[in-house]
Design a protein around this ligand. Sequence first.
Ligand code: XUL
Length: 506
Amino acid sequence: MPLYLGLDSSTQGLKAILIDPARGEIVTRASVNYGNDLPEYASPGGVLPNDDPLVKHADPLMWLAALDLVLERLRQAGAPLAEVAGIGGSGQQHGSVYLNETFFEVVDQLRPGEFLAAQFAPALARKTSPIWMDSSTGPECAEITAEIGSSLQTFTGSPAIERFTGPQIRKFSKTEPEAYAATRRIHLVSSFLCSALCGADAPIDLGDGAGMNLANLARMEWDPHIARATAPGLRQRLPRLVMGSKRAGRLAPYFAKYGLAPGIPVAVWTGDNPASLVGSGAITQGTAVVSLGTSDTFFAALDSYKLDPEGYGHIFGHPAGGFMSLTCFKNGSLARERVKTELGVDWTFFDRTAFDLTPPGNEGRWALPWFEPEITPLVTTPGLKANFAYDAAPPEVRIRAVVEGQVLSMRRYSLWMGEFQRLRVTGGASQSEGILQTLSDVFGTPVETISTTDSAALGAAFIAANVAGGHPYERLAAAYCPACRTIAPRPDAVAAYQRLLPEFRF
Ligand code: XUL
């Protein structure tokens, strides 16, 4: 039976899922954690240390090393890789890789005897890649906005955003003009890894490409005027832009060493959030997805092109066609983990006990753990914001305050998307009883959980099955993403949160 492989290159690691759609089964999974498995890249959490809290870069060679390692792990585990009939992938969004003239030769002639990282090293025009956590491009965002004005949001689906690739490219062209001049191709994390798999210069899909502040979403092409205003000669440095769910190329012979058949179709990679939209079964409008990962994201399929009047939310291409909306909160799981560690409690206390000991609404006390500069709302000076004496309060009060603060903020900054009939929760923290009930009560809608927490990797496998095997997304979602359980909103708690919501204006 044909199998399909989905890969997700995320902030902290790389995940692989192998599916058998004829049986509706997940055959196997594998993962690589950058901090634990690739310590030579000195990037615990997937990010290189930097004195400036606004600067967040990663080593793109680490992403390639993880690709080799995850395939080797699948091979060693005896995964039936010879039966793989298509590969799809997704990457953390916005991150960019800068490649010189050598790239085209290197990618075309991958040698099986040498690892990918060593082969691509000479092709880098810039040793490090700014990733989505970087918020150091405030001046460049202001410059691009001054040049393009409000049509930037109208055309690209977002105003100039610090982590988006266009402002990042502008900063690079200004601060390192020689290295920029040597750059012949700029890839996203997704299209870079897709290029390695195909052994060719791969296109960018509209789902991930929309996170660059460079694509005209109505015309589905790079906007030459915006590209010119962003950096000199940028347009010719960008790969092709295509609609999602297309074939990027065929698997390079390099990967035969893992038991994969050279020549099988490789789908165009997308961003982790668009992949997660399909991988959590929220393909059509009415269901919003809450993805609780390193960052928390809130996203949904859109029935029409719709902009956030406040400019925090974005429009990306939907892998199954049309558009999706997304709002990203940078201080997600890492902030919750930090609070848990600081309080010296275990996850059972954090996820459940703290919520048994305190009432919904926490008697009006809330906190926002903005330990990292925050994206939504924009906060460049990190710190914890609370409306009560946080440090003096007992652990259970602090935990509820932090979780409710995060969820109320999510509700407040997703109001522009409209109302939803249900939320689907995915990501590591979707196991937490306290967080699930709070989501249901704050949004006043049922909350569903699904069995996989790796929805981006699963979505990438769906894309492979769709592109290479013709499997419709609806059928894949029905087979792999039934709701495991539904948490109902509690009317008293819903009312308590409705009273608190107006306080969330920053
Ligand atoms: C979305 C965003 C993050 C990254 C995380 O705009 O910045 O969700 O995609 O991987």
